[in-house]
Design a protein around this ligand. Structure first.
Ligand code: NAI
Length: 263
């Protein structure tokens, strides 16, 4: 991926950091995924907005196009192999191949509050199939397409919840971290890098539903005393997708205002 300028201006002169690449972003119909999709498009890539939510997903794709970018919405369930393969096929059909995948989708905003020892088993299985296995299902659907392009970059969305008590939500993110490390070794020889971003508490509609006033308490324990904004996440995602990170793989990058430290 050619890396030079990173602005609107860059795109119009054909020198965005992801110029002419094709990137699938899951869970891109709102929140952090929407910010990722729009920023990736501004860097010159064509974006596949892959989400369960058709209305919002189509809105995001249209807004990217209205801003001069290239995007298509594909209704996708990341836990379903056939759906993931259809999203990959749509990317190839629309834009000619696949260079990047951002596995951002998760059940989060409307997640049930329960304990590992009591959560309904069917709910738990569904939750893990989306929040943990979804990244693997999507990776399995895209990696041969990346191979055909000579390699690619996969960015998984983890969370600092992986390092804190947070029940099955955190457990799924521990799984995402492990998946990132293991997969990086399976596909590194194919020129495919796999990394993760672990955001701290970030101000999205989903977090406002989940945490409400508890966010104010969370902020007190951060080194930087404010909630993260979706745009705080974008730089890490663009870096990991781009050639600037050509020798970076199997890493989990916390973007969290100093919420956690791991010796
Ligand atoms: P959100 O709930 O606004 O967005 C999640 C998106 O995933 C939604 O558009 C939803 O429709 C989609 N989705 C859910 N299940 C799906 C499925 N089976 N297939 C395809 N799409 C599906 O969440 P938000 O706040 O934007 O978070 C995005 C990601 O960042 C999630 O992975 C979340 O766990 C992670 N994260 C968020 C933090 C925060 O404070 N907002 C902090 C740390 C991590």
């Amino acid at each position: 991926m050619v890396s030079t300028s990173s602005t609107d201006e860059g795109r119009s002169t054909g020198v965005g950091r992801l110029q002419d690449k094709v990137v699938i972003v899951t869970g891109a119909a709102q929140g952090i995924g929407e910010a990722y999709a729009k920023a990736i498009a501004k860097e010159g890539a064509a974006v596949v907005v892959a989400d369960l939510n058709t209305d919002s997903g189509e809105r995001v794709a249209k807004e990217i196009e209205a801003d001069g970018g290239r995007a298509v919405f594909v209704r996708t369930d990341v836990s379903d192999q056939a759906s993931a393969e259809a999203a990959a096929a749509a990317a190839v059909e629309s834009f000619g191949g696949i260079d990047g995948l951002v596995n951002n989708a998760a059940i989060y905003g409307d997640m049930q509050f329960d304990l590992l020892i009591s959560v309904d088993w069917d709910y738990y299985r569904r939750f893990m199939s989306v929040n943990m296995d979804g990244a693997l299902v999507m990776t399995r659907a895209v990696y041969t397409h990346m191979q055909k392009r000579g390699g690619g970059s996969i960015v998984n969305q983890s969370s600092t919840a992986a390092y804190l008590y947070s029940g099955f939500y955190g457990l799924a993110k521990v799984g995402v971290n492990g998946l990132t490390q293991q997969l990086a070794h399976e596909v590194g020889g194919m020129g495919i890098r796999v990394n993760a971003i672990a955001p701290g508490p970030t101000d999205t509609a989903a977090t406002r539903t989940q945490a409400g006033d508890a966010s104010k308490e969370l902020v007190k324990n951060l080194a930087i005393k404010r909630m993260g904004q979706v745009d705080d996440m974008v730089g890490a995602c663009l870096f990991l997708l781009s050639d600037e990170a050509a020798w970076v793989t199997a890493q989990i990058l916390a973007v969290d205002g100093g919420q956690v430290f791991r010796p």
